[in-house]
Design a protein around this ligand. Sequence first.
Ligand code: SF4
Length: 381
Amino acid sequence: MNAVGPEFGFGLYIHWPYCARICPYCDFNVYAAKDRESDPLVQAIVDDIRAHRSTLPEHPPLDSVFFGGGTPSLLSPAQMERILTAAQASFGLKTDAEISLEANPNDVLSGAPSDWALAGINRLSLGIQSLDDQALAFLGRDHNGKDARAAVERTQKHFDNHSVDLIYARPGQTAEAWQQELTDTLALGAPHLSLYELTIEERTAFGKRAARGDLVPMEDDDQADLYDLTQEVCEAHGLPAYEVSNHARTDAFQSRHNHIYWASGDWIGVGPGAHGRLTINGHRMATEAKKRPADYLEVQKPDQNKLSQHDTATEFLAMALRPTSGVDLERFETLFGVPVDTDVLSNLSEQKLARQEGQKLHLTQSGRLMADYIASLLVPY
Ligand code: SF4
């Protein structure tokens, strides 16, 4: 059996690169939507999906499709359907495939979520980011707290399976204020939450403000305290973490698409700048589509690099440490060619950062805060 590949899940990621406006913290491959015509890009995505079938003749039907971005809720239901029809015709979709759409609250309120469901979407991921008007203005969002609440309510009429995103550890945010905001959000009843700490990336508007000293990011220790508080509050409300930043009421509401990334399954990435991981003839290939929409419209063939065994193993480890289900140590040994170092394991266990249960290595709550660092300790060479 292979240690990575489609037997650990097979998904399709679609990157829709346009947004109504660009948020000052955003580091994704995004462009202002303005009055751009979207049909040519939809056609290019459809062509890209079809072309992938010829390079992956043996791959099974898809477990998941994820419309991300950018703001894919700017697509019309007919455009979503065209893309899904191409996915179905090229690869097939498992009968229980998870088909997610990232949506902005304003699109939920002004659009037609019932038509998204008719087009085939069965999971909505709602980027409300905060319930606080001031925080939303600071984050440069074009909705307020009332819109966020209304969008969650409207989502719930059409999608049982839905998720809400929040950004915390904002400059000056107190523990009390975050606890209240998180509790208020949990009271809205979403069965899944993605809770991200605000990170200030250099090349963003926030990064430039921070470099000038106009914005002071929260200290690491304070962020860590808020992370711990987050775990406590979510657990008390029946949404424990199942991954570093993700919480679900039951296993059924965990993101199947993200599990493919964490399990080193295969996924196709289509749309400008989308990344993919494909196992072809036993080789792990990293793909990256042309980044600029104009270039992608001309050439859909992604750049493709063969990953070394070491890079494949290292990536496997970094991803597998994130979910609470833990790292399979047999897969670790197959990929690295050596078992995990028992001295490193004992150190991690003494420091209460990880624990071993049979063939699985799990990070503790404190360990999850430093998953990348722990991965670097476990890499054997
Ligand atoms: S809406 Fe999302 S993807 Fe678009 S700019 Fe804002 S954060 Fe980035």
